[in-house]
Design a protein around this ligand. Sequence first.
Ligand SMILES: C[S@@+](CC[C@H](N)C(=O)[O-])C[C@H]1O[C@@H](n2cnc3c(N)ncnc32)[C@H](O)[C@@H]1O
Length: 377
Amino acid sequence: MTASNILPELQKHMPVTGDMALKSPMAYKATRLMAGAVNATQMALAEAYINGLEIPDATFRALLHTSMPTLFKHCPGLLAPYEWVLQESNQLAESSRELMQVQYDRPQTMLNLMLGDWPAIYPKYSTGFWEHGATDLETSQMHMIDQMIERLGIVDGDHILDFGCGWGCVPNYILSKFPNVQFTGLNLSHQQCKYMRQKMQDPESYLSSGRFTLHEGDLNEANFAEKFDKILSVGVFCHVGNLTNAFQKLASFLKNDGKVLIHIITVRIPNHMSSGFTHKYIFPHGRYWNHDAVPSHNSDLKTIERWYMNGMNYRKTLTAWLERFDASQESVQSLDYGMDYAKFRRIWRFYLLLLGTIFATYDGEYNGNGQYLMVHA
Ligand SMILES: C[S@@+](CC[C@H](N)C(=O)[O-])C[C@H]1O[C@@H](n2cnc3c(N)ncnc32)[C@H](O)[C@@H]1O
């Protein structure tokens, strides 16, 4: 055996580092055990905070700033708290109904105040783009959509599908720019669909132009009679557990010469990642795909261009959401959260602080957003 092939052989037997798919059974098992311990520690900290432990934000951030870089750089195998994170799930999207309850159908007044609600930019629950000089959340979201228009090559007259359309922010903004574009939006959140139905009656909104069609339903069951010129999916694939099935479905909705733009949180570590805390309290079965996962699934759609968007964009967005969340407390604390507001507030503060810190790790070079331009394979 030469020196050049000793290292990969050694790596196979070393737990915690490198690609989990290449580990020997012993190293894999040891990594799983250690990942369980890391997850239990994070959960203990989270639940102590949720139950009232006073940690100033600065201390909290400093704690994570010291531990996260080591995990990302040297021990990525510990960032997958459950085995399911490492594999494709059976269903396209798992735990959809529970996800709506735990996350998306929360009191809308609270969510809308946190995310921002302006005439052109409706609540948008995905990162803003701050690298073109935006100094506020609203502008960062406009810049984000402008960039997606360019990357997807949207032209007037396109019929576009928004797969997981949130509150209709992206369709509304794009419809305002192109007088002959038509949009179809799909979303399972009843509360977000209610918001869009109101806008569809509001003459000030482009959703009322007759060029927007809304489908309230699950990604798993999505089916459309027509085929689309373009498909956009923004911040949704963290809820998709099976890329193979998802791309097969999207390909069946796409015209022969159509294009798809997937925008998602991605991690530049060997495996996918999740967090026990977010799985339990924020996004059931949520996962962050490895940055190469989308292009490696190319049987129905293939990636023709890809971009990595630095995580500091999401860090700034999350900081703005946290400030807005804190500032709106008085007006939202009497809403129905199914639990004491003080507890709810702590869960969400932990979430916003944790994610903000993770995106800022190594100045955003490990955890950010991936964008993938795809066509029929
Ligand atoms: C993070 S938000 C992003 C929303 C929107 N694309 C944006 O950028 O503002 C994810 C969206 O996906 C929707 N979603 C998640 N799982 C879904 C499912 N199984 N079926 C349909 N919609 C789903 C949620 O309701 C939510 O609107």
